[in-house]
Design a protein around this ligand. Structure first.
Ligand code: NAP
Length: 532
């Protein structure tokens, strides 16, 4: 160990006890590093800790979402539902943390407010809001892409005297919706989950919608005892399939093209797709669904008919049909009894394109149509996606370079894990992550970091930094391939939901295969240029 290394408190400091941070901490300890984890919340689970709103639920199959490195860990937990709800997910992460013996290494209630790189010692001094101060050799921010809730910029928002919560900052104690006049603002994946979950209890429910989404049935169901046995018996095969899968799901790609099928065959297939679970409706759809606009429009026409068939009031049905994007033009939400709730006379839909919110008052919400009074307002208004958390952490790299300045025109990364000018700093499952089943591609990144820090330790290097040209190559790939993504510039994947946010693609548009290819090239070159 060098002189400089003596001053550190830990070798590895992880920030965030979500799905990725937990795995990174586990790996660091397993590799024999001294490690700690700082978590802003009071518990583990990341999004599954913060998003405890009624109806919050996975849309990746539960058993494909957890940690799959250890068969023992897998076998010790029986998922109850194909798509587990928030309480079950939170319980799972607590189970996993305890089973892996990680809890003693986690400090809760410690939101990192600054992290400054010290060039001579090649270490980071990290400070948190609770007064924690730690010097670490490697800083790994697993702070998530959907961890900074945002509110619409409407006048008077904080004047409201009733109960108001953002879905991403939901309180621990239950919110009593019984007999209440409730407003939900936003109809993204969170809004469309909370709406049917509370509709049965309320006195009235008013949904404020700016843009509808292509919502389709989630297809949740309990996992039977027989299926539990099958899952256990098929564990290795499942893990292998997930490891090889482009997007980290078990769903298989389909080669057949839309218009190779007759109208009758398409209709039959669409009926099957409509009820097929979760992301199978994206991955196992006709192979040209994302590339042929006519194919996409044909499926959208079918979905529009479905919506018209479910929602009895024709005017409401029309408002619920998206017109500004096709299938997967935005991240599609998956729902349970969503469209059905609009047949309940207690539920009404306000189209904000027709009647925008003018202000929030002490008692309710005023649109150009007038004031409606409420007891509860649910803000399901989204997040500062991708860069939100990292840009707020006070990260200062070489020569005091602020991460938010380096990223002032959007993220510059290598593989969505490192940035030039920020040595010994990593951010798995952050911006430029692949789209898909989060823990699977996040796991690829965690593994890359784990291998890299072990490699540098074995050879006594102190500094790990991505070379500029390697980072440039990745960023050029992102810029070029973004044009082929199904996500349009109006989606939050381009930062479109935040006023003033630079328009830059925030995902890895070429997905897991490209991630592996570019990481593979670095490994083949034995991290050439990365280590000093
Ligand atoms: P979101 O998809 O960004 O949706 C935010 C909603 O708020 C949109 O309907 C948006 O309308 C509306 N909104 C934003 N600003 C507004 C304004 N100024 N006035 C009126 N309406 C406004 O956020 P989210 O629903 O929280 O979901 C975020 C992501 O979290 C999802 O895409 C998904 O990746 C993840 N998530 C996953 C699950 C799951 O099933 N596993 C559940 C929840 C969330 P516009 O569309 O017009 O902008």
């Amino acid at each position: 160990m060098t002189e400089a290394a003596k001053d550190i408190d830990v070798d590895v400091l992880v920030v965030g006890a979500g799905v990725t941070g937990i795995e990174q901490l586990h790996r660091a300890l397993k590799a024999g590093f001294s490690a700690r984890l700082l978590e802003a919340g009071d518990g583990v689970g990341g999004v599954w800790f913060w998003n405890r709103y009624p109806g919050a639920r996975l849309d990746s199959e539960s058993y494909t979402y957890g940690y799959l490195d250890s068969k023992e860990l897998f076998e010790g937990w029986e998922w109850q539902e194909r798509f587990a709800g928030q309480p079950e997910n939170e319980r799972y992460f607590n189970y996993a943390v305890d089973k892996m013996g990680l809890r003693p290494y986690i400090t809760f209630g410690a939101r990192v407010t600054s992290a400054v790189y010290d060039e001579p010692s090649a270490t980071w001094l990290v400070k948190a809001g609770d007064g924690t101060e730690l010097r670490t050799h490697f800083l790994i921010a697993a702070t998530g892409v959907l961890s900074i809730p945002v509110f619409p910029d409407v006048p008077g928002r904080t004047d409201f005297k009733g109960i108001a919560h953002h879905t991403g900052l939901w309180p621990d104690e239950p919110v009593d919706f019984r007999g209440k006049r409730v407003a939900v603002i936003g109809t993204g994946s969170s809004g469309v989950q909370v709406i049917p979950a509370v509709a049965g209890e309320v006195a009235s429910l008013t949904v404020y919608q700016r843009s509808p989404n292509w919502c389709t049935p989630l297809g949740n169901e309990p996992i039977t005892a027989e299926q539990q046995l099958e899952l256990k018996a098929g564990f290795e095969q499942m893990r292998e399939t997930l490891n090889e899968s482009v997007s980290g799901f078990l769903h298989q790609l389909r080669e057949e093209k839309t218009f190779d099928a007759t109208e009758e065959q398409r209709r039959e297939f669409y009926e099957k797709m409509w009820v097929s679970p979760g992301f199978s409706k994206v991955i196992s759809h006709y192979g040209d669904m994302m590339t042929d606009p006519a194919a996409n429009a044909d499926w959208c026409k079918f979905m529009a008919e479905k919506i018209r068939g479910i929602v009895k009031d024709p005017a409401t049905a029309e408002k619920l049909i998206p017109r500004d994007h096709g299938w997967a033009g935005k991240r599609p939400p998956f729902v349970t009894n969503y469209f059905e709730v609009y047949n309940d006379p207690k539920v009404s839909l306000v189209d904000l394109r027709e009647t925008p919110i003018t202000r929030v008052t002490e008692t309710g919400i005023e649109t150009s149509e007038g004031l409606r009074e409420f007891d509860i307002i649910v803000w399901a208004s989204g997040f500062d996606f991708g860069t939100g958390a990292l840009n707020r952490m006070g990260i200062r790299g070489r020569n005091g370079l602020a991460l938010e300045d380096y990223w002032s025109d959007g993220p510059h990364t290598f593989a969505g894990v490192m940035a030039h000018g920020f040595p010994n700093f990593f951010f798995p499952a952050g911006p430029h992550g692949a789209a898909g089943n989060n823990p699977r591609y996040g796991g690829d990144q965690v593994e890359f970091i784990d291998d890299l820090i072990q490699y540098s330790r074995e050879r006594d290097y102190r500094v790990i930094e991505v070379p500029e040209d390697v980072e440039d190559k990745w960023n050029r790939m992102v810029a070029e391939m973004a044009a082929y993504s199904s996500f349009g510039e109006h989606s939050y994947f381009y930062g479109a939901n935040i006023a003033g946010k630079p328009k830059a693609f925030l995902l890895n548009p070429a997905g897991r295969p490209m991630l592996r290819e570019m990481i593979g090239a670095v490994l083949e070159n034995k991290y050439q240029g990365f280590l000093a």
